[in-house]
Write a protein that binds this ligand. Structure first.
Ligand code: ASP
Length: 459
């Protein structure tokens, strides 16, 4: 038998062997209690003077030692039942102790959820931090959510496809991480999102794609931003904006019903508001519509639609607001093709939750001349369009289905659902606010030989 919480209460009278970490030790006169922890919970184990050898062994243990205990499962007396523990009706009368791995004194205690530990220290010893109840709960919830989503999307006829991490630069509005190669002067870029690949998959006849995708953007971290983060990314062929909104609304509601039955969604169907209305009424393009912002179980979803296609750059030119591959509003298409820019709306939508943007997407342009016009509007020359986006435009000349998609900021969604203050709490190995990993000590210097291979110099 391996699990504590799940099985011990039903094993009264039998002898079992359990393994785990020493969570807590309590010495009471001639009796010693060990709370033994595994991923399912905590079991109280006990020995005392009546078994001098085992008692001495228990007294030698310290928190976070990994042990195997064999003993009889006995019912606790009525007054020693612990209603807060799933195993609180039983305890293990230890007969045999095997120390599997000895632990040094941890830099912070794993068993005290009230202490506040410096985040740098938590991340430097993330493997200890992951043992805490909070991190165990967050990672478990995250795993359950991805598994739920995969299952639900598979049922909807989606195909999970992996796209490359080593690729060329993708215009998502942030700085790229570059990867030098041994071919001097030639670089890969890490994808800011699978945007181009998912559209190429539509040209490739996949029709319904999804991926739990890692995105990499070299931008300053904030509470809801990390240099690498996870999207639930999807793209569909032969659909309208309405289809994408409905499918995603159902998906997120089903997810919450299945995994967060205690949460209430303020309004269903989700309210929809245009970008202009959102700014006017809420002063934000991700409005928080909750009636009670302090209620941890209240969720307020809202779709924001009709984003302006372009916004002014600091230099006075134009850049896209969301995604250069979007399709202008159908009523605006003719005016856009005739050269109008100001006031042209895109078929772009965001999903806001409690004041966070948790998903965003658009109906794409599958017409090369429209996408080309987007890039000329942004000041690209025909040559630079060909050099940077020629492959996309060419693909669209080979029979491109109308398509649309969306990507969820999966870490942000999990942050809100888990009532966490930042996305680092729902990522197993996140970076600090400055983009460092104190555990792996990344980023860091590399050897001169490695630099030489890449034809690089470091100053
Ligand atoms: N690729 C977009 C993003 O990362 C999402 C989308 O338009 O599907 O924001």
């Amino acid at each position: 038998m391996r699990t504590l919480n799940e099985e011990t209460p039903s094993k009264i009278g039998s002898t079992v062997t359990v393994t785990g970490w020493v969570h807590r030790i309590r010495k009471h006169g001639s009796v010693t209690f060990i709370d033994l922890r595994d991923r399912t919970g905590v079991l109280q184990a006990v020995s005392g003077k009546w078994n001098p050898e085992v008692y001495a062994q228990l007294n030698e243990l310290s928190p976070e030692d990994v042990v195997q205990l064999t003993g009889g499962v006995v019912a606790r007396s009525e007054k020693s039942v612990n209603p807060d523990l799933a195993t609180g009706t039983v305890e293990l009368q230890v007969e045999q102790v095997t120390l599997l791995s000895q632990a040094v004194t941890p830099p912070f205690s794993v068993n005290d959820s009230t202490q506040s530990v410096d985040e740098e220290l938590r991340l430097a010893y993330r493997y200890l931090d992951l043992r805490t109840e909070r991190m165990q709960a967050n990672l478990r919830a995250r795993g359950r959510a991805t598994s739920f989503l995969r299952h639900a999307l598979d049922k909807e006829g989606f195909i999970e496809v992996e796209t490359p991490l080593l690729t060329a630069t993708t215009p998502e509005g942030a700085r790229d991480f570059l990867v030098p190669t041994r071919h001097k002067g030639s670089f890969y870029a890490l994808p800011q999102s699978p945007q181009q690949f998912k559209q190429l998959l539509m040209v490739g006849g996949i029709e319904r794609y999804y991926q739990i995708a890692r995105c990499l953007r070299d931008e300053d971290s904030r509470g809801d931003r990390q240099p690498e983060f996870t999207q639930l990314d999807m793209e569909l062929s032969f659909v309208s904006q309405e289809d994408v909104l409905q499918l995603n609304e159902k998906l997120v509601i089903d997810l919450i019903r299945a995994l967060y039955p205690e949460k209430r969604i303020q309004q269903q169907p989700f309210p929809r508001i245009t970008h202009a209305e959102a700014l006017e009424r809420y002063g934000s393009d991700r409005p928080d519509m909750r009636e009670d912002k302090n209620d941890p179980n209240l969720l307020a979803f809202c779709w924001v639609t009709d984003f302006p296609f372009f916004e002014r750059t600091e230099e006075g030119g134009w850049t896209f607001t969301h995604n250069p591959f979007s399709m202008p509003h159908s009523d605006h298409l003719e005016r856009f093709m005739a050269g109008e820019v100001e006031g042209i709306l895109a078929q772009q939508y965001d999903l806001a939750l409690n004041g966070f943007e948790i998903a965003g997407g658009s109906v794409r342009s599958h017409r090369p001349e429209v996408t080309e016009k987007v890039f000329t509007t942004m000041g690209h020359t025909p040559e630079s369009i060909q050099a940077q986006f020629g492959h996309m435009l060419r693909a669209f000349t080979h029979g491109a289905p109308p398509h649309a998609g969306i990507a969820w900021g999966f870490d942000r969604l999990m942050m809100v659902l888990q009532n966490e203050p930042n996305i680092r709490e729902v990522i197993a190995f996140p970076k600090t606010g400055e983009g460092r990993d104190p555990l792996m000590q990344a980023p860091g210097p590399v050897s001169d030989a490695q630099l030489r291979d890449l034809g690089l110099q470091s100053r």
